[in-house]
Design a protein around this ligand. Sequence first.
Ligand SMILES: Cc1cc2nc3c(=O)[nH]c(=O)nc-3n(C[C@H](O)[C@H](O)[C@H](O)COP(=O)(O)OP(=O)(O)OC[C@H]3O[C@@H](n4cnc5c(N)ncnc54)[C@H](O)[C@@H]3O)c2cc1C
Length: 414
Amino acid sequence: MLEDAPIFDPEAFRLSVQEAELTTLARRLGQNRFAARAATFDREARFPTENYVDLREAGLLGICVPREHGGLGADYRAYCLTAAEIGRYCGATALTWNMHVCSCLWSGPLSDAMDMEADTRREHERRRASHYARIVRDGAIYAQPFSEGGSAAAGAVPFATTARREGEGWRLKGKKIFASLSGAANYYGILCTEARDEGGLSRRHTMYMAVPADAQGVSVTGEWDPLGMRGTVSRTLLLDDVYVDADAALMPPGVYYQAAIRNPHMFMTLTPTYIGIAQAAVDFTVRYLRGEVPGMGPEKRRGAPSKQHNVAEMQIRLEQTKALWFQAISEARVDPTREQVLRAYAAQFSAMENANELCQLAIRTCGGQSMLKSLPLERLYRDSRCGSLMLPWSADLCMERIGREALYLPGESD
Ligand SMILES: Cc1cc2nc3c(=O)[nH]c(=O)nc-3n(C[C@H](O)[C@H](O)[C@H](O)COP(=O)(O)OP(=O)(O)OC[C@H]3O[C@@H](n4cnc5c(N)ncnc54)[C@H](O)[C@@H]3O)c2cc1C
C-alpha cells in the first residue's frame, strides 16, 4: 500500500520539525491501523478502544502534556495538525481524542497565558502535575462533557451543573448530554458553575473539574444510536451529589471564564477532525475514479469531463478550506484582533460545512456503488454532518457572530 501524502506538506506549509514528525506518526497510525477498524466502530456504535491502545503506545495520549512531565509537549497548532491526520482515517477517534487533549491544553498552555496570582499559579501547577501523571504513567483518558441541552454550551448562560464547596473539596450536581467517551473515559472533565450562598450562578464562576468515572454518584444513561460519529458513544452523564477533592480542579476559579474571552481559538479544536474528513472525501474520490479502490474492479471512471469538473471543484474547495484553517490555527493567540476572531469563526464554519459538502460531492461524483456500506464514503458523509452541530461554535452561531461583529464594533448599538 502506498503511503498517503500529508494533508499539510511540511515543506510547503513550513511546519516545524515536531509538527512534521507528529503528523507523520498520526498519518501512519491512521492509514495502517485506524482506517481498517473505523467501519466496525461505526457499525457497532462502539468506542474505539483498540485505537486508544495505539495512541497510548505512540505517546499520543500525552501529546500536549509538557515535556518536563513526560509528554510530547506539542502546542495548539501541532495538536490541530496531528488531529487532522487522525480524522482522515477515523472521525470518532479524532473527535474523542480532542476531548481528551483539551484537558491538557486548557490546564496547560491556555492557563499559562492567563492572569493569575503567583500562589494560585503554584497551586495549579502542583495539581496539574498529578493530572499529567495519570495520563502519561497510567494511560488515563479524559472526556469533556459541557453540553447540557440549554444555552450554557453556547456560552450564553452559566452551566446549570453546579459545584458547591464542601470541606476541602467540592460537591457536584447536574446532567451532561452528549458526553463523548461515556463509559470509556477514566475521568470526566466537567464544566460547571460554582454555587455560592449569595447571588445566583454566574459565568465568571465557571469551574473545570476532573471527576473520576468511578466516583460515587456518577452514572451514564440513555441510548446511543445516532446518524454519525457513532464511535464517540456520547451518552448522557448524571452527577448525583458527587464529591471530589480540591485537587480535582483542572483550572483555578475564574480562569476558564478569562480564557473563553481572551483565547477564543480554544473552541476551534473540534475542527481538525473535519479537515481530516474533507481530505478523506477527496482521497477516496480520486482513488475511486482512478480504479484504485480495492474490491471495486479495475474500471477507471476518470475520463468523463463531468467527473473531472467535479474533482476540480472538490480540490478547489479543499484547498480553500485548508488555507483558511491553517491561517486561523497559526494565528491563535491571547487577545486576538477582531479580524483574527472573525477569521476563526469563518475557518470553523468552513471546516464543518465544507467537510460535508465535499462528502456530498464525492458521492454524487463517484456514483451509486460508492455509497455502499462496504466503502468508507457513506460513513464520512454521515460523520461530516455532525460537525456543524458542535457548540459553542455551531455553524449557525458562527454565521450570527460574523454578521453581528462585522457590522457592530464592540459597544456599538443602534
Ligand atoms: C457526535 C457528537 C458528539 C458530541 N460530543 C460532545 C462532547 O463530548 N461534549 C460536549 O459537551 N458536547 C458534545 N456534543 C454536543 C454538541 O457540542 C452540542 O451541544 C449539541 O449538538 C447541541 O445539541 P442541541 O440539540 O442541544 O442543540 P441546541 O442547543 O438546541 O442548539 C441548536 C442550534 O441552535 C443554535 N443555538 C443554541 N443555543 C443558542 C443560543 N443561546 N443563541 C443562539 N443560537 C443558539 C445553535 O446554532 C445550535 O447549533 C456532541 C455532539 C455530537 C453530535
